[in-house]
Design a protein around this ligand. Structure first.
Ligand code: PEP
Ligand code: MN
Length: 366
């Protein structure tokens, strides 16, 4: 479905002096002192354009810290007065919006667990009709670009023109080194569809651990993201939420100093196209391995059958047939013959190894 977004450029509503926007602050507002100390330290470091803090925390399981709620909005208002920096909080219900606006919150963001639900997003969009406030939309927890676009469209149709996207990565089906898989190609595709839409990288929620923040932040800048949102706490290890991924304001300042900001003019299209092609290659390689794994489990079934019927693992005619048919298939696909030949010799060798392993296991009696 074709779509356009009628949005205002980021620099028309946020002053960043041509540099990537930096949004920093604790995962959660915990106490008045923690907010004030953290935000004044951030201000003193001089890198931030916006302060962030979670006031209502969407937690996976009940019983974890769910945010302070309304009192924390007053602390954020104080932080704004003290530092002069705009403040941003997450909203998930129309009531959150009403309260955030009452306390003068300057920028709202919609969290990943809200973006997944079009009913929720529509309620927020309805509550924002006629309100002139910037809204940043985090990607949904699942890797569905359409949901992300849908949320941006709902807000835009409600009249929100100061709009941006936050890329925070996607839930993992399997263990990876990151808490959320970046899947950069999804954000790159969003940017390709809506070049005027600001995209802000959230290395904190991608990483889950502070040791990965730098590489993820650099990657976002290499892809010409318009900014970064990074969690920072006066005493990260004692944070009430997301302790492992937060940095002190000083450490964050040092990290940001070490990042290279690439020129916007150079190679944007080349970079993003490269990223899309690489992502497709990654997917194909994954499918290749999934197919190999599926093939191996069939081999296992075959081996059980052979064992139970006293048939030998290796049958020369079958091997010859495999090499011959695969060579023909490969030729018709314009693949280099040696590649196909070597590949199937390797696969067959592994298949024999697996079969002998299974055949040497005792038969399971029925
Ligand atoms: C957050 O920014 O603190 C947060 C809860 O993030 P997400 O919605 O990306 O999980
Ligand atoms: Mn967090």
């Amino acid at each position: 479905m074709k779509s356009t977004l009628d949005i205002l450029p980021l620099n028309s509503w946020l002053e960043t002096n041509g540099k990537p926007v930096i949004i920093a602050g604790p995962c959660s507002a915990e106490t008045a002192e923690q907010v004030m100390e953290t935000t004044t330290q951030i201000k003193a470091e001089g890198f931030a354009n916006v302060l962030r803090a979670g006031v209502w925390k969407p937690r996976t399981r009940p019983g974890s810290f769910e945010g302070v709620g309304e009192p924390a909005l007053a602390w954020m208002q104080e932080a704004h007065k003290e530092t002069g920096l705009p403040v941003a909080v997450e909203v998930a219900t129309p009531q959150h919006i009403e309260l955030a606006l009452k306390y003068g919150v300057n920028i709202l963001w919609i969290g990943a667990r809200t973006t997944v639900n079009p009913f929720n997003v529509q309620e927020l969009a309805d509550a924002l009709k006629g309100v002139d406030v910037p809204v940043l939309v985090k990607n949904p927890v699942n890797p569905d670009l359409q949901l992300w676009i849908g949320a941006l469209e709902r807000l835009n149709q409600a009249g929100i023109k100061k709009l941006g996207a936050i890329h925070r990565g996607f839930s993992n089906a399997q263990e990876t080194k990151y808490r959320n898989s970046p899947m950069w190609h999804i954000a790159v595709e969003l940017k390709t569809m809506f070049p005027q839409l600001p995209i802000i990288g959230d290395p904190s929620h991608m990483a889950g651990k502070r040791q990965y923040l730098f590489e993820l932040a650099q990657r976002a800048l290499d892809l010409n993201y318009d900014g970064l949102i990074i969690e920072s706490h006066r005493d990260p290890d004692k944070a009430w939420s997301d302790a492992a991924q937060q940095l002190t304001p000083k450490a964050l300042g040092e990290m940001l100093e070490a990042l290279s900001v690439r020129s916007k003019e150079y190679g944007t299209d080349y970079q993003s196209e490269l990223e899309v092609v690489r992502a497709k290659i990654d997917n194909l390689d994954r499918e290749l391995l999934e197919n190999l794994a599926a093939r191996m489990s069939l081999v296992e079934r075959l081996a059980e059958y052979k064992r139970d019927n006293n048939v030998s693992a290796y049958q020369v005619d079958r091997f010859r047939e495999i090499l011959k048919t695969r060579a023909g298939w490969g030729k018709s696909m314009n693949l280099f013959p040696d590649l196909v030949d070597e590949l199937f010799k390797l696969i067959h060798m592994e298949s024999i190894r697996k079969q002998t392993e299974v055949m040497n296991q005792p038969k399971v009696s029925a």
